[in-house]
Design a protein around this ligand. Structure first.
Ligand SMILES: N[C@@H](CCC(=O)N[C@@H](CS)C(=O)NCC(=O)O)C(=O)O
Length: 251
């Protein structure tokens, strides 16, 4: 991945400060996956994905980039308008637009805890998220031709990871639906870069189930990690994942 690409992604991360990094897992986990119709670089959608990381909730992401034809019609039919984010919760029958209302709904329904102060200053969050979208320009906004996979891919990610962002952008542009496996941090040691952790033989005892699964399955945790059940391929390294997606699903 180019230095410019990772540089602007890092800038977006810095603008969002600590948002979408740490996790205090929700008390209740949805039985059926939440479904989010989403545009990666949409500032409103980012707020919802930050809350997913912070609550350690997984979701099916149905990418709806501008010009997209795969999931936009479905979203419009369900909700009545082409506006994103659009959340569908099969567990409660709730379908909702409006990012800040969705965030409040997730904290109430699954977090079972009061909405954190920062989320009460909702307009400030929206403004900050708009600033974070700027460095990425049109990346993760506009559809590009691609092939639809048969089964949903799985992406182990936390919202503000500068390396996971370009992967989510490409998934969005190619309209590839995926299960977002939330991997927020709960331990101080998780701030140490994965190669350094390996060198020092440090294995953080995460409170996040997806991180523990990754550790058990792959022997290490690094974000992003993509699993594609269509080809039984698992990849770490964002640059390798981007190449894989272009080769397998790009037109
Ligand atoms: N107030 C809404 C605003 C959502 C919104 O304007 N989203 C834009 C994308 S950033 C949208 O849906 N645009 C229509 C489109 O992409 O077709 C919220 O907070 O969720």
């Amino acid at each position: 991945m180019s230095t410019g690409n990772i540089g602007t992604s890092l800038l977006s991360t810095l603008v969002r400060s600590t948002n979408g990094i740490g996790s205090t897992p929700a008390q209740v986990k949805p039985k059926q996956l939440l479904r989010l119709y989403d545009i990666e670089n949409c500032p409103y959608c980012r707020l919802v994905r930050e809350a997913l990381t912070e609550l350690d909730l997984d979701a099916e992401i149905m990418p709806c980039p501008k010009g997209g034809e795969r999931f936009r019609p479905e979203a419009t039919e369900l909700g009545g308008k082409a506006q994103f984010p659009f959340l569908v919760d099969a567990n409660t029958g709730v379908e909702m637009y409006e990012s800040l209302e969705i965030v409040a709904y997730l904290f109430d329904t699954y977090g079972k805890r009061p909405l954190p102060l920062k989320w009460r200053a909702g307009r400030l969050q929206t403004l900050g998220s708009m600033l974070a979208s700027a460095p990425r320009l049109a990346q993760g906004m506009q559809a590009r031709p691609g092939v639809e996979p048969e089964y949903l891919l799985e992406l182990y990610s936390f919202e503000s990871s500068p390396f996971a962002r370009p992967v989510r952008e490409l998934l969005c542009e190619l309209e590839i639906p995926y299960i977002l496996r939330s991997c927020g941090r709960t331990e101080l040691q998780e701030w140490i870069l994965p190669p350094v952790r390996r060198a020092l033989d440090i294995t953080p005892a995460s409170k996040v189930g997806n991180r523990r699964t990754l550790q058990e399955r792959e022997g290490r945790v690094a974000i992003p990690y993509l699993y594609d059940p269509n080809t039984d391929t698992g990849l770490f390294e964002s640059a390798d994942i981007l190449d894989y997606l272009r080769d397998n699903y790009g037109a």
